[in-house]
Design a protein around this ligand. Structure first.
Ligand code: URP
Ligand code: ZN
Ligand code: ZN
Length: 466
């Protein structure tokens, strides 16, 4: 099966060129001049997709999603099927979700459970990180076994005492193992022990509204946790990746570590760039829709995060997609501690980031591709199979219309959740056509793929030196 994407502007993380993309079966085989004889003869027996006035970019890679997750106060609403279909509509052709183990089970059992849930259901390619939510004597051994299975990154928590939290001793043990086997530690960096004190004190004072979720998780306690995590990683000699970094204070710690030459990296998420503390103050408990951890911050943090994206102090944009409907959020009426943590977003990452980064002139077109596709692929052992358009790479390709203004709304999104955090946000660029390994899976508003199109990705060790 041959496909030619004709007449578009190909944008990768490093170059922009007018070229036709030649695809055979699932792979890109070449990029050629549109007027060339090669393009003409290739088109004769190929499906030709007109990309005039479109950007032709590598499929997005969202390395932080929670589909079908059971580890929360309430079940997460998107299944692998609904969540990955929404991803496809948003131009994200690869997701990496988090497998975790039920209490008492092994990490490998936890992984197997996630394989069962995802297999045959995914609309885009998928991999797993392993959440290390309990550390015992077996954990380091299991980490080695998981690396052999293509699980090359491990999420640990300094937050959520009693549920996901690890002590410094447990962290160091796992960091040392990662230093040995070359895997990557992903850290949820918030000082959960101190935060729990502040949370309980707030409730005792009658401060029960959603905004106290943020006020009791101050940026300083995120920064402290990043700092401690960096120190432990330096001692253990392992690379470190801070997930969902939300504040200027935390970023300063990442910058300081990187300036010292350490392999410390971080992702931030659209919610920390486009939403803020005032959303948590919305009346009638509507603020609960915006509860996630780390929390939304006052707006003045946002300029620093954009600066970090521009200067590569922050490398990756992921969504931390974790949807709960309005009724589930209501569980926390009268006590913000019971509001399920997490917000939806997997569908809007590419368009929102195009808006904030490119349309509003903060960073370049290539950097947009870098943080949404190349850097996550490289960080998590998928590059150059994913994250670029080059001979030999998977033909995961998005035709993106940079001039198609529209408004984000729950009325039109595909995520399985009854509200959008970005309701009413205007964006100028639109995902138009999406190919997954050479197959058109989205065309305009139509989904042409099917559940099970997505393949499991066994990942290489992370290439930390990005
Ligand atoms: O609020 C969030 N982020 N929910 C998902 C779980 C996590 O910590 O990533
Ligand atoms: Zn987290
Ligand atoms: Zn998360």
């Amino acid at each position: 099966m041959k496909t030619l994407i004709k007449g578009g502007k190909v944008v990768t993380a490093i170059e922009t060129m007018n070229a036709d993309v030649m695809i055979v079966d699932e792979k890109v085989v070449g990029l050629v001049d549109s007027d060339s004889d090669i393009s003409r003869s290739f088109s004769e027996d190929a499906l030709v997709i007109d990309a005039t006035d479109r950007l032709v970019v590598p499929g997005g890679i969202d390395v932080h999603t929670h589909f079908e997750s059971e580890g929360q106060i309430a079940p997460v609403l998107d299944t692998f099927e609904t969540g990955t279909q929404a991803s496809a509509f948003g131009g994200t052709t690869t997701i990496i979700d988090f497998a975790w183990r039920a209490t008492g089970g092994s990490l490998l059992d936890g992984l197997e459970h996630y394989h069962q849930m995802a297999q045959g259901d995914c609309a885009v390619d998928y991999g797993f990180h392993m959440m290390v939510n309990e550390v015992d004597d077996q954990t380091p051994k299991e980490m080695d076994m998981l690396v052999d299975e293509g699980i090359t990154s491990f999420k640990m928590f300094m937050a959520y005492p009693g549920r996901m939290y690890s002590t410094d001793a447990q962290l160091l043990t796992c960091y040392q193992k990662a230093g040995e086997n070359g895997s990557l530690i992903q850290m949820h960096a918030e000082n959960g022990i101190a935060i729990d004190v502040l949370r309980d004190q707030a409730i005792d004072k009658g401060q029960t509204d959603p905004v106290y979720h943020s006020l009791t998780r101050p940026a300083l306690l995120e920064a402290e946790a990043v700092h401690r995590s960096v120190v432990l990683a330096e001692i253990a000699g392992c690379p470190l990746y801070i997930v969902h970094l939300s504040s200027a204070n935390a970023l300063q710690e990442v910058v300081a570590a990187r300036d010292r030459g350490l392999n410390v990296f971080a992702e931030t998420c659209p919610q920390y760039l486009f939403l803020d503390l005032t959303d948590l103050e919305r009346p009638d408990f509507e603020g609960s829709k915006y509860v996630c951890s780390p929390p939304l911050r006052p707006t003045d943090h946002q300029a620093e995060l954009w600066r970090g994206l521009k200067t590569n102090d922050l490398q990756v944009i992921a969504t931390d997609h974790c949807p709960f409907c309005w009724t589930q959020k209501e569980l926390g009426r009268g006590d913000f501690r019971n509001i399920p943590n997490g917000i939806p977003g997997v569908e809007h990452r590419m368009e929102l980031m195009y808006q904030g980064a490119v349309a509003e002139g903060r960073v370049s077109l290539n950097r947009w591709v870098d943080m949404c596709s190349r850097a996550p692929a490289q960080m998590f052992g998928l590059y150059p199979r994913k994250g670029t358009i080059a001979p030999g790479s998977d033909a995961d390709i998005v035709l993106f219309d940079p001039e198609s203004p529209h408004v984000i709304s729950a009325e039109t999104h595909h995520m399985n959740v009854d509200y959008s955090c970005y309701e009413g946000h205007e964006v100028t660029g639109k995902v138009d056509t999406v190919l997954l390994r050479g197959q058109v899976v989205v065309e305009g508003t139509e989904y042409l793929g099917r559940a099970g199109d997505g393949q499991y990705l066994s990942r290489d060790l992370c290439d930390g030196l990005i």
